[in-house]
Design a binder for this molecule. Structure first.
Ligand SMILES: Nc1ncnc2c1ncn2[C@@H]1O[C@H](COP(=O)(O)OP(=O)(O)OP(=O)(O)O)[C@@H](O)[C@H]1O
Length: 231
């Protein structure tokens, strides 16, 4: 279980999270929603220790990792798939995936066995340069790289943003399988409310760096969406 208590987070002197507390159930998908600029990405970055400074407590399986540097959080079992994917264009598909193995607790530096089943395109194009892949294929690559760490928790930041519709469905299936078949705990930042309702068991709606609504996914009603997401 990942548990966040009173998280505050800063970029320089500007505070972007204002005391977020969230219990993230194990093996389930927790959805994070909210308008642009409300702190969704910052929440994921703060869990990874990637903002300039932070306060509050991040616990993973009961262990307080709030003071741990990013690579130790990765080693503790949290993998981050950032918005914009962050793949290395000059590395091959294989090299990009294996890079994720730096945080593998069993010391494995390999393409996970599950990759061919989840991502047939990647399996068939292991020697292709990452930069030659389409946006959707790069998103798949970023997820495969996260899985190379064999994490317990995966943080996904708008995995379907800017991706051609034909691949969106494939990526959604993979996200669902992460929790249903592999028992991974997932935090999913997602603007597509339909997918959030299908995939997540719990949600948190953010406004100005704070949780304004949250709980069981059944509480993510049209009224809540209208109140906090329409512009
Ligand atoms: N690197 C940064 N330096 C300074 N301020 C930042 C930085 N990144 C984000 N912010 C600010 O922090 C606040 C939260 O931004 P964040 O990116 O977390 O929002 P978001 O909900 O993920 O938005 P989006 O949907 O646009 O990705 C915003 O006010 C934003 O301007």
């Amino acid at each position: 279980m990942l548990s966040l208590t009173n998280l505050e987070s800063w970029y320089g002197r500007s505070r972007a999270l204002n005391g977020i507390s969230l219990e993230v159930p194990e093996g389930k998908i927790t959805g994070i929603a909210g308008r642009n600029g409300t702190g969704k990405t910052t929440l994921l970055k703060t869990i990874m220790g990637l903002t300039d400074s932070a306060k509050g407590v991040v616990r993973l399986g009961g262990r307080d990792i709030s003071a741990a540097p990013t690579h130790m959080r990765a080693r503790a079992g949290i993998a981050y798939v950032p918005q914009g994917r962050g793949i290395i264009p000059d590395f091959t598909v294989r090299e990009n995936i294996v890079m994720g193995g730096f945080a593998n607790r069993a010391g494995k530096r390999a393409v996970p066995e599950i990759v061919p089943e989840l991502f047939p395109y990647l399996a068939e194009n292991m020697d292709r340069r990452g930069g030659l892949l389409s946006g959707g294929q790069q998103q798949q690559l970023a997820i495969a790289r996260a899985l190379a760490a064999e994490p317990d928790v995966v943080l996904l930041d708008e995995p379907n943003e800017g991706i051609q519709p034909s691949i969106v469905e494939d990526i959604e299936k993979v996200i669902l399988r992460m929790s249903r078949d592999f028992g991974l705990t997932v935090i999913l930042v997602e603007q597509n409310i339909g997918f959030l309702r299908r995939a997540a068991s719990r949600f948190a709606m953010l406004e100005k760096g704070a949780v304004v609504e949250g709980g069981d996914i059944s509480g993510l009603t049209d009224a809540v969406v209208d109140r906090h997401m329409t512009i």
